[in-house]
Ligand binder design. Structure first.
Ligand SMILES: [Zn+2]
Length: 431
C-alpha cells in the first residue's frame, strides 16, 4: 500500500483526478443500488449509474450538509456492501454541537485510514522508538492523574514496525497537571489539539521548563493559530507536524514532508474547495471544504460539506501531484460575523498570547458588534495590556467591534474536548 501511495503521489494531478472519477463511478453505482436515501438525490441531479462521470456532472449533485447527515443518521447506511469490503465498524462521537454523531465504516475504509496513518509516520519521519504522549479525551475509567498506557503506538504503526510505548492523559486536566505528567513520561513525540499544545508551550516558556526528550509535536483536530509553529519552536526547539482529518470525513490532508502546506490525500478522499456560488476555488482563494471519502461503501458521504474553510495552494515544489491546501481555516462557528455579513476567522492571538499573566483566553462574539474576551489570568490586566488586546481583536476582525473583558476561573472546552480560541455565540452561521 505504501509503495502504491508513493507511486500515485508522483503522478500528474490530471491522472490522479481521472482515477478518482473511476472510483466515484463505482461508488455512485453502489449508492444507486444500496442506499435509497442517496438514490433519490442522484436521480434529481441527473446522475445515473453506468454512464461515464465527468467533474461537471458530479458538481450538479448538491453538497450534503452536516445537519442533513445528522438528521439522516442510519438512512445513510448502505443496505449491503460488497463482501470483499469486510465487516462493518460502528462509531460514535460526542459531536461538536453536543449532539452525538454516529457513523459506520467498512473494514476496507478502516484499512485505508490505517495505511494513511502509516504514511504520515513515514512522511514526517516519526521516531517510533521513543514514547508517544497523547493528550485527548481518555476512556471513562482511566485514572485522571495517571493517564492511560499502552504497549505501542497503535496498530497502524505497530503492525509494521516495532515502536515504543504510548501514554495518554485526559484533556480535561490543567496545563500544570499536563506538564507534571509530561515531565514524568518524557515523550519523544507529543500529540494533541493545537490549543492544548499552545497553552503548554506558553507555560513552559514562562516557567523555563524544558522537555529534553521531545523531538516533534503532532497536531490534529483544529486549525493552527497564527504563530503556533514559532511558539512551539521557541518552547522546545522542535517541529510541528499537522494533519487534517475528521472521524466523519476520513483523512483529508496532511502536511507536506518538505513544506508547511498540506497535501490532499487524494487516494482516499475527493476534496473540493468551493466558492459561494459552488464553483471551484483557484489557488489563493478560500472556500468551503466538501469531501467525498472514496472507499467507505458502508456509509457513503457524497460531497459532504464538513463545515471547514481552506485556502487552495499552487502545485507543490516538492513535485508531488497531490493537490495543495495552504491553510485550513476551521469551522464556521469559529468565525466572526462582520457588519457587512462577511465572516472572518480570528487569527490574531500571537500579539498578546505571550502576556505571561494570561493562562487561557477565548474571544466570543456575543452580539453583532461586541466581542467578549474571556480570560483565566494570574492577575488583572493593566489598561495598556487590555488596550493591546482590544486593538489586536479590532485589527484582525473589524474596527467597529467593542471589546469587553471578562475574568473567569475556567474556560470550558467543546464537548469533544477541544479548546476554542474564538466562538461566534449570537448566531450560528452555517452549522
Ligand atoms: Zn509538497
Amino acid at each position: 500500500m505504501q509503495f502504491q501511495f508513493e507511486q500515485i503521489s508522483r503522478w500528474p494531478n490530471a491522472a490522479i483526478a481521472r482515477h478518482q472519477l473511476r472510483q466515484l463511478e463505482a461508488l455512485l453505482a453502489h449508492c444507486h443500488a444500496n442506499v435509497p436515501f442517496l438514490r433519490a438525490r442522484l436521480a434529481q441531479s441527473g446522475l445515473s449509474p453506468g454512464t461515464a462521470l465527468t467533474m461537471d456532472a458530479w458538481r450538479k449533485l448538491p453538497p450534503l450538509t452536516r445537519a442533513e447527515v445528522q438528521e439522516a443518521g442510519p438512512a445513510l447506511f448502505a443496505l449491503r456492501i460488497p463482501q470483499t469490503h469486510g465487516r462493518l465498524i460502528d462509531w460514535a462521537t460526542s459531536g461538536s454541537t453536543g449532539m452525538p454523531v454516529t457513523g459506520r465504516k467498512s473494514e476496507i475504509a478502516q484499512f485505508v485510514w490505517m495505511a494513511l496513518s502509516l504514511r504520515q509516520a513515514l512522511w514526517h519521519g516519526f521516531d517510533l522508538s521513543g514514547t508517544l504522549g497523547v493528550i485527548r479525551r481518555t476512556p471513562p475509567d482511566t485514572p485522571r492523574q495517571q493517564g492511560y498506557r499502552q504497549a505501542d503506538w497503535g496498530p497502524s504503526l505497530a503492525l509494521v514496525y516495532p515502536t515504543g510505548p504510548a501514554v495518554q492523559f485526559d484533556i480535561r486536566t490543567s496545563a500544570a497537571e499536563q506538564i507534571a505528567w509530561l515531565q514524568r513520561e518524557q515523550p519523544s513525540q507529543l500529540a494533541s489539539f493545537p490549543g492544548i499544545i499552545a497553552a503548554l508551550a506558553r507555560h513552559c516558556i514562562a516557567h523555563h521548563i524544558d522537555l529534553p526528550a521531545l523531538k516533534a509535536v503532532q497536531t490534529f483536530g483544529e486549525s493552527l493559530p497564527d504563530g503556533f509553529r514559532d511558539l512551539v519552536r521557541e518552547a522546545w526547539g522542535v517541529r510541528v507536524w499537522d494533519a487534517y482529518s475528521a472521524e466523519d470525513g476520513g483523512f483529508i490532508a496532511m502536511q507536506c514532508p518538505e513544506h508547511e502546506t498540506y497535501h490532499v490525500q487524494s487516494e482516499a478522499t475527493l476534496v473540493e474547495v468551493l466558492r459561494v456560488d459552488g464553483t471551484a476555488c483557484e489557488p489563493g482563494e478560500v472556500g468551503r471544504v466538501v469531501v467525498t471519502p472514496l472507499h467507505n461503501f458502508a456509509m457513503p458521504l457524497l460531497r459532504y460539506e464538513i463545515g471547514d474553510y481552506a485556502e487552495v495552494g499552487a502545485p507543490c515544489p516538492c513535485g508531488r501531484g497531490l493537490p495543495v491546501l495552504t491553510r485550513i481555516l476551521g469551522r464556521a462557528r469559529h468565525r466572526a460575523i462582520l457588519p457587512d455579513g462577511e465572516t472572518r476567522l480570528f487569527a490574531g492571538g500571537q500579539s498578546f498570547s505571550r502576556i505571561p499573566a494570561i493562562r487561557q483566553f477565548q474571544g466570543a462574539q456575543v452580539a453583532p458588534d461586541v466581542i467578549e474576551f474571556r480570560l483565566v489570568a494570574d492577575r488583572a490586566l493593566t489598561p495598556a495590556e487590555e488596550a493591546l488586546i482590544a486593538a489586536a481583536m479590532r485589527d484582525n476582525l473589524h474596527p467597529a467591534f467593542q471589546v469587553r473583558f471578562v475574568y473567569v476561573n475556567d474556560i470550558p472546552r467543546s464537548p469533544s474536548g477541544k479548546f476554542e480560541i474564538f466562538r461566534c455565540e449570537f448566531a450560528d452561521p452555517a452549522n
